[in-house]
Write a protein that binds this ligand. Structure first.
Ligand code: OGA
Ligand code: MN
Length: 228
């Protein structure tokens, strides 16, 4: 180096790449999301758990599957399996899952429930949470709604997807209908979909790679009407 060259101060370092922080636990949705949910019945955001936790949830879910804890999803109360209608394998979480990432996910869905109560006065007083895997054999889930219209049981569906490296060739999009619009949502890692359970018909497109999601149904207690 030319000794006449003045010493340069250290060049500013580029910021260390860090994963985006997950949204606040007690306010996962912002005002725009809440307005969308009210106006058109559904909303989504790109991050919910944060990528590290979402990845840990997927790892725990895969361990559950390896341990044989997932079973073919039933339909309705009769638990009739109809692979033409839905081809996923599921398990229900208990209130205190003994897997730490799933327990954190439970808490975060609780934060969403509290926010919806605070902001939209929904009076949601419970949640049921399912881990679901579509094995990638081309199965999906045909068009349905998650609750009987006007049912007071399941009020809000919140789905957090757990698929890194997802690409459109894998299929598996969530197709949802709202008013006259149809939207396809790619089930990419840590994306969150929130919709009113009795209002938004939706389906899972045929899926050609292992597709994981954790879904919370946020509910009110209405003993007079069964949930779907
Ligand atoms: C369901 C469902 C959608 C998805 O389990 O009821 O519609 O994208 N899941 O996994
Ligand atoms: Mn559904």
């Amino acid at each position: 180096m030319d000794s006449a060259t003045p010493a340069l101060p250290d060049a500013p370092r580029p910021p260390t790449p860090t994963a985006p922080a997950p949204p606040a636990i007690d306010a996962p949705l912002d005002d725009v999301h809440l307005a969308e949910l009210v106006d058109r019945g559904w909303t989504r955001r790109a991050g919910f758990l944060g990528p590290a936790l979402a990845t840990a949830v997927r790892d725990e879910a895969q361990a559950l599957r390896s341990a044989g804890a997932l079973h073919p999803a039933g339909l309705g109360r009769a638990a009739v399996r109809d692979a033409d209608i839905r081809g996923d394998e599921i398990t229900w979480l208990s209130h205190h899952p003994d897997a730490p990432a799933l327990a954190s996910a439970w808490t975060r869905f609780g934060g969403l429930r509290a926010q919806l109560n605070r902001t939209l006065y929904l009076g949601l007083n419970g949640q049921e949470i399912q881990v679901a895997c579509y094995p990638g054999d081309g199965a999906g889930y045909s068009r349905h709604v998650d609750a009987l219209p006007g049912s007071l049981n399941r009020r809000v569906t919140a789905i957090c997807y757990l698929n890194p490296d997802w690409h459109p060739g894998h299929g598996g999009q969530l197709r949802l209908w709202a008013d006259d619009a149809v939207t396809l949502h790619e089930p990419v890692l840590d994306s969150l979909l929130v919709f009113f359970s009795d209002r938004i018909p939706h389906q899972v497109e045929p899926t050609f790679a292992e597709r994981w999601a954790v879904t919370a149904w946020l509910r009110t207690t209405d003993p007079t009407r069964p949930a779907l």
